[in-house]
Design a protein around this ligand. Sequence first.
Ligand SMILES: Cc1ncc(C[n+]2csc(CCOP(=O)(O)OP(=O)(O)O)c2C)c(N)n1
Ligand code: SF4
Length: 348
Amino acid sequence: MSTTTPAAPPKKVNRIGLEPAVYRGNKTTLCAGCGHNAISERLVEAFYELGIEPRRVAKLSGIGCSSKSPAYFLGTSHGFNALHGRMPSIATGAMLANHTLIAVGVSGDGDTASIGIGQFVHLMRRNLPVIYIIEDNGCYGLTKGQFSATADVGSKLKTGVVNDLPPIDTCALAIQLGATYVARSFSGDKRQLLALLEGAIGHRGTAMLDVISPCVTFNDHEGSTKSYAYVKDHESTLEEVSFVPFFEDISVEYEPGTTRDVTLHDGSHLLLKKLNVDYDPTSKIGALRVLDESQRKGEVLTGLLYVDTQRKDFIELLNLVDEPLALLPESQVRPGREALDQVMEELK
Ligand SMILES: Cc1ncc(C[n+]2csc(CCOP(=O)(O)OP(=O)(O)O)c2C)c(N)n1
Ligand code: SF4
């Protein structure tokens, strides 16, 4: 009788030979069932599937449960946890110093739409290459669930307090200001969220994703419009989104006229299959109109709302040298005495 032990099954690796574990982070300390955990899982999948080396990624965040979540994915990537609402400045500095990085900014609706709104609007108008994710639960989870500025009118806290201020629609704002890839999704919609994240990675410019991400501890009850039950009952999907990475051939068969192919900067494709409506994601006005209509109806409209693959990003606009500034020797980035004297002379 043979005593040889069977060979171990081959390890699962991606196209650059890395195992899924390389893309994970620390064990989460967020509440079980928090939508933010599902978003971290999709980010792990997206970077693994696209075969991106974690050291090419810079994770940036502010303060909040959402802003803690970069600790729970891509454990070996660069990371910087900034002050509350200040992630956009850190992201801008990081990308100016090294534009070859892939910046992933994670924020909350409080971090973005309350304290950070000033920084948010300037990031959007600059079209900085960054994937900006708002983990939107309509409340300040970390400080025990007060309403945030994305809470809908009429939404109720557990204590019975009703919100009577209109919400800031971060997608409408981002579109109006100049972001070039704007989407809304739901942490519970694995397929759509993964495709939209992968598309965001293939895009060059500001990719702003507002992801409804229920807070199970403070905002998942009846009367909340950011609960799992509410979003499941009121989700209205613009289009079915599929992603085809640049290293795969498009072999998908689709009927002409029913699917739109958006070619992204890295050569990947987002295939948008028409559902109920004929939607043009390149029209700003059209996007703002459907957002307004869905809000009036109390619907949660998800999908790719707007995309512009033509506008220059902030790095191109500044006409930066190809070599990342952070890697240039001091002699090249620091002007000499004569340059300074010349500036002083001009100011006289
Ligand atoms: C300057 C400053 N003001 C207030 C706070 C208190 N604070 C911490 S997190 C937070 C809001 C977090 O809400 P959000 O960004 O929506 O994240 P969530 O916890 O819901 O994921 C607030 C007000 C702070 N840390 N710093
Ligand atoms: S308090 Fe809310 S937002 Fe914070 S970890 Fe718990 S469920 Fe998530």
